[in-house]
Write a protein that binds this ligand. Structure first.
Ligand code: MET
Ligand SMILES: [Zn+2]
Length: 773
């Protein structure tokens, strides 16, 4: 087949992968447990892929011409690329069995193998498996899975489009393996890797593929190991080679998650057949459009315009989206309607939600509704705007109703945000606070935890029984109080200095608050893959946010009543609440964040009134929301830090404010962390062996800091000696009265046995270092 296929006027970049009812999750987990065999798993996966393709066609994507993406994954798309490239790190070479066995070993590790590291995919909450590359990592095209899926589709009568993470993005997201030579960078192997991609493309061509999609989100990011200008040049080099290959499918090169406007004319000139741009996060290159430069660049290249937002669950303003498409069309560009990015970040179908308010539901578009929107736009492109006027008008009406709906704009909430002054974001001076907090009696190298204790089977059972109405409020509350009492006693026995209540009442650190705040709704089936078989159900922040009643006070006050040691109140911060919810798109995030911050500020007031003297406000997502585009970072840090300060600055000098950030790439935002003005900050550090204390030392960081000494991501129990060593590394750079001793993150995913052993060792390690050991 020659690469002359024309992409139809509608497509999407990818679709949710776990299945409408998370069928794939169940099938994979049952395979892992040994309850089913690989054949059974392959069968379920094949059925799911077939159902997905059929669904996409049913929703209106053409069956011909490569409009249907082949975006299935057993675990992760970057890991899929690792297998397709045969880039299996040699430390896994001894794994016997099928490709799928190797695949899961890379993803999850086993007794003898640490898994590949996992980290967040661009500015999303999705985690990918980080490739490990060095000078000798083998590379050999392994197109089997890609070809098999293509054949399945053909059998269904669908010409689908295989999807692969592109070579530049793949290598820029990889890390150099531990054994790599000094100065080696994975991207140094670009030419070889491109050669393997060429082989994959040849195999796909042979198998009859008309199109292939290569995702290059690296094009929009300033947070990668090379400057963006170099990324663009690398993409040009890679695709000049790939495009020049004799036998290959047509290539769709995508640039999701951000703004590639300044590179678009260059991308359009590459020897590929279609280029995608994210026009939600990104923009059209105005000057190039007006001058005709874009038109010339795209003279022989189709332009997939990502105008339907793939990151949120709101209906797209179709009239505005169609306006952008028409401008391109009028400029003589062959335009295709598409989504801004893969729909893997949104749930399946609003129609599955039976408990949502009907009016709210009418404003929403999950994956299936987004596809319907793309298909309408495509019809407009083919038949002219008049052909879809009724649909455009219907969305106009929905958006107008949404703007007027009760709860969307609440005068009281808005008035309060408008009245916020600079002083509302300022606490007393650091020194005064330190003096006022002496009364807390906190020792040097104070020991504490990050908040949650293990969520046992019993806790989950009680919550489920309460949810089903099998046990009443009183019984459930009694159960939680017993749990809190147990956790307090345990911490006293272990000898921790600052205690927590354990968060047993929380299903999730964001959803718990979403359920108690006005302006939020929760879904039944709104699952979104977080990594592998894990999914979360983000809440929907649809209206002005306020707090009808205290949310955490009774639990924290009860815990404090049981002990003389200080108990930390525990809240999730405004930025993290936003980052892990689907947030309204009709006002700036900064405004929404201020509303959430004011609700938390009231909560802190109430906690303090109830006798709590230390409050931790977790912001693990602060780094995640940092824009990929360097030009947008300052504005982001300004509002996000401002929201945290608004939440916490009502606290008097003698109230100690803690925050928790769980990631180690910290250097980039150290000024922002300083700007949070928290008295104490706990961060992840154990896995990186305290790498972060050096920049902190250099920065002259003056506040309390708790670099984690216990990696909570595995059941392994760190010894006293090991934790003592990490504390010593930190103590060499940071004065003892500033240094806190704590785990990397919460303990909710751990079991009790390892938790008790690890925390006991932690306390002994801290005591030993205090005693000068
Ligand atoms: C992802 S950060 C988690 C913080 C929370 N307080 C916990 O301990 O679970
Ligand atoms: Zn954490």
């Amino acid at each position: 087949m020659t690469a002359t296929t024309h992409l139809p006027t509608a497509t999407i970049l990818g679709y949710p992968r776990l299945g409408r009812r998370r069928e794939l999750k169940r099938a994979i987990e049952s395979f892992w447990k040994g309850h089913t065999d690989e054949a059974a798993l392959q069968e379920t996966a094949g059925e799911l892929r077939a159902a997905t393709r059929a669904r996409l066609v049913e929703l209106g994507l053409p069956a011909e011409g490569g409009a249907v993406p082949e975006s299935f994954s057993f675990y992760d798309q970057v890991l899929d690329a690792t297998l397709a490239l045969g880039a299996i790190p040699p430390r896994f070479a001894d794994i016997a069995g099928s490709d799928l066995i190797t695949y899961f070993a890379l993803a999850r590790g086993d007794r003898d193998h640490q898994p590949l590291e996992m980290t967040k995919w661009f500015d999303t909450n999705y985690h990918y498996s980080v490739p490990e590359i060095d000078e000798t990592t083998p590379l050999a095209a392994n197109p089997a899975q890609l070809v098999a899926q293509l054949a399945e589709a053909a059998e269904q009568g669908i010409e689908s489009r295989p999807v692969i993470v592109g070579p530049v993005t793949y290598l820029l997201l990889a890390k150099a393996s531990d054994g790599a030579g000094e100065g080696f960078r994975p991207i140094d192997r670009l030419d070889e890797v491109v050669g393997v991609y060429a082989e994959l493309l040849a195999a796909l061509n042979e198998a009859g593929a008309g199109w292939v999609q290569l995702d290059e989100p690296a094009l929009v990011s300033d947070s990668l190991p090379v400057p963006r200008s170099e990324t663009i040049a690398l993409v040009e080099r890679a695709y000049s080679i790939l495009g020049g290959a004799a036998a290959r499918p047509s290539i769709l090169l995508t640039a999701p998650y951000g703004d590639a406007a300044d590179a678009l004319a260059r991308l359009g000139s590459l020897p590929v057949e279609a280029v995608h741009a994210d026009l939600v996060r990104g923009s059209l290159p105005e000057a190039d459009l007006v001058s005709g430069a874009l038109t010339s660049a795209f003279a022989e290249t189709q332009f997939v315009a990502g105008v339907v937002d793939g990151r949120n669950i709101w209906k797209t303003d179709l009239r505005a989206a169609f306006g952008a498409l028409e401008r391109l069309q009028r400029a003589g560009i062959d335009v295709v309607a598409g989504t801004s990015n893969s729909l893997q970040h949104v749930p399946h179908d609003v129609r599955d939600e039976t408990r949502l308010d009907v009016e709210l539901a009418s404003w929403l578009a999950f994956a299936d509704q987004k596809i319907e929107q793309v298909v309408i736009l495509a019809r407009g492109l083919a038949d002219g705007g008049a052909a879809i006027e009724a649909e455009l008008a219907s969305v106009d009406a929905i958006l107008a109703a949404r703007a007027q709906a009760s709860g969307v704009r609440v005068d009281g909430v808005r008035g309060r945000v408008d009245a916020v002054t600079v002083a509302d974001r300022e606490r007393d001076h650091e020194g005064e606070r330190r003096a006022a907090q002496q009364g807390l009696g906190i020792p040097e190298l104070a020991t504490t935890t990050i908040g949650s204790f293990p969520q046992t089977v019993e806790i989950r059972k009680a919550r489920a029984a309460f949810g089903r109405g099998e046990i009443g409020q009183e019984e459930y509350d009694g159960f939680l109080r017993d749990e809190i009492a147990r956790v307090i006693r345990l911490q006293e026995e272990i000898g921790l200095d600052v205690l927590v209540h354990g968060e047993a009442e929380r299903n999730d650190m964001v959803q718990y608050f979403a359920e108690l705040l006005d302006g939020f709704a929760v879904t039944e089936h709104g699952w979104v893959q977080s990594y592998g078989t894990r999914a979360t159900r983000p809440s929907i922040l649809w209206g002005d946010v306020s707090r009808p009643a205290p949310m955490t006070v009774s639990w924290s006050a009860y815990a404090q009543s049981l002990t003389d040691r200080p108990v930390k109140g525990m809240l999730t911060g405004p930025v993290t609440i936003l980052a892990w919810s689907f947030v309204r798109d009709d006002q700036p995030l900064a405004d929404t964040a201020s509303q959430v911050a004011l609700a938390l500020r009231d909560e802190i007031d109430d906690l303090v009134d109830a006798g709590i003297r230390i409050v931790q406000v977790d912001e693990p997502a602060l780094r995640e929301l940092l824009p990929l585009d360097a030009d947008r970072q300052a504005a982001y840090l300004d509002w996000s830090v401002g929201a945290f300060r608004l939440a916490t600055s009502g606290a008097a000098a003698d109230v100690q404010i803690h925050t928790h950030l769980c990631y180690s790439e910290f250097g980039e935002i150290i000024d922002a962390v300083d700007g949070l003005d928290a008295d104490v900050t706990s961060i992840e550090a154990a896995r990186s062996r305290m790498d972060v204390v050096e920049p902190l030392g250099e920065h002259g960081y003056s506040r309390g800091i708790g670099p984690g000494v216990y990696d909570i991501h595995s059941p392994r129990v760190p010894s006293v000696a090991e934790q003592q060593e990490l504390i010593r590394i930190a103590a060499a750079r940071i004065p003892g009265e500033q240094l806190w001793v704590n785990p990397d993150c919460g303990l909710k995913t751990r079991g009790y046995e390892e938790t008790v052993a690890s925390l006991t060792n932690l306390v002994h390690a801290a005591r030993a270092v205090r005693a000068g050991a």
